[in-house]
Design a protein around this ligand. Structure first.
Ligand SMILES: [Zn+2]
Length: 127
């Protein structure tokens, strides 16, 4: 794995990007730091993971290695949960007609704001 500095391709790239290490958004300037793994020669293929943010660059190799390790563990956990869900199968699923009937019955959401909904949830008024 390596991170290399490149001149950003065009003005259109000078915008908010998501760091491929920490997943935080950052504003990309004229210099891009790109994370690659693998290599072009031999049996492996080089993989471009994306832009690395200045905070991760400042954190250095240990910070980046730690963040990638945590993401890999989280990814394994998600893959495990998705595998279990897929193997469980679907016991019940509405038809599109049932969904459309429910939409015409409800007409609008229960609350105007997310906060009103959260407050009602915390008071146990909805489940
Ligand atoms: Zn980052």
């Amino acid at each position: 794995m390596r991170i290399t500095i490149h001149q950003t391709g065009s003005d259109a790239d000078l915008r908010e990007q998501r760091c491929c290490v920490c997943r935080q958004r950052f504003y990309l300037g004229p210099a891009s730091c790109l994370l690659f793994s693998g290599c072009d020669s031999g049996r492996g293929k080089e993989v471009l993971w994306g832009e690395v943010c200045p905070a991760c660059i400042e954190g250095g190799q240990d910070h980046i290695q730690g963040a990638l390790g945590r993401r890999a563990r989280r990814s394994r956990m998600i893959a495990e949960q998705e595998t279990e869900a897929a193997e469980e199968g679907i016991a019940d699923c509405p038809t599109l007609d049932e969904v459309l009937a429910a939409e015409s019955y409800y007409e609008r959401p229960m609350f105007r704001t997310g906060q009103e909904y959260e407050d009602a949830l915390s008071r146990g008024e909805v489940d």
